[in-house]
Design a protein around this ligand. Sequence first.
Ligand SMILES: NC(=O)c1ccc[n+]([C@@H]2O[C@H](COP(=O)([O-])OP(=O)(O)OC[C@H]3O[C@@H](n4cnc5c(N)ncnc54)[C@H](O)[C@@H]3O)[C@@H](O)[C@H]2O)c1
Length: 282
Amino acid sequence: MDIAVIAVVGAGTMGGGIAQMFAEKGFTTRLWDVNPALTAKGVAAIRGRMAKSVEKGSLTAAAAEEILARLHPAAGLAELADADLVIEAIFEDVAAKTALYRQLEGVVSPQTLIGTNTSSLSVTELSSALTRPERFLGLHFFNPPTRLALVEVITTPAFPAARADGVIALLKRCGKEPVTVKDSPGFIVNRLLLPFINEAARLVDAGIATPADIDAAMRLGTLHPAGPLQVADLIGLDICCDILTKLADSLGNPNYRPAAALTSRVAAGQLGRKSGAGFYTY
Ligand SMILES: NC(=O)c1ccc[n+]([C@@H]2O[C@H](COP(=O)([O-])OP(=O)(O)OC[C@H]3O[C@@H](n4cnc5c(N)ncnc54)[C@H](O)[C@@H]3O)[C@@H](O)[C@H]2O)c1
């Protein structure tokens, strides 16, 4: 199917970035948040980022205006009716997401695809709330979606890889590098990254090496651009604990439970960069 109009629901960190990316790539893009003030704030944040690009000289003022003309803040869900693809980027909450899908299915056409940007929920479980689960897939963008090329395309029994060709072609047209993954806890990136971070945190707990030496070892010995504890501070230690707990529960494997070096910092309010301290101070 041809995808010309894209709607993004949730105008926060991810929704705003995803909407900006599609508008930049030439798509008519609608952005709606349940809180009208946050729809406006999302659009203002996009304007701000574009103004900075114009200032830096990486975008002309005329091009910025063209992009902004393609971005349409919506006053209500009904304004998303003409979307060919809806991307949901609301709170990470099953009840909120499934309630939204039921409303959306009453508004969009039967052919409209609906993608969720969930990081940690089961796409298959979310899809069971839809009348047409065969229109529903995971589209896991990374922060910031305007810059990071990776998108995990998550398939389900009702939306197998064979159905994903159109979406993959669309993402490639936008300069993305999609990878396809069957729905499973943590998909690819979080399933591999979080145990890596957790094991580094366990080395800290056991007093085997300092955070600085652990990170230096992985940067210099394996060519990682940043060490695991630097990455943990960037993600947020609270988010790391949350994802690890979900992995432990869904995979039934206690080895994924967050290390004390993570949980004790979270308990002390040291969440990483965003709070000024984590494994490092900022
Ligand atoms: N932040 C990240 O780095 C990141 C990366 C990848 C995926 N994700 C996923 O993306 C999703 C959004 O995360 P975020 O960080 O952008 O959150 P956020 O809190 O910045 O934004 C969420 C927005 O959704 C809105 N919202 C909540 N319920 C709604 C509803 N029923 N209808 C419409 N809007 C609603 C909120 O008002 C808020 O503005 C989550 O599923 C998260 O797991 C986040």
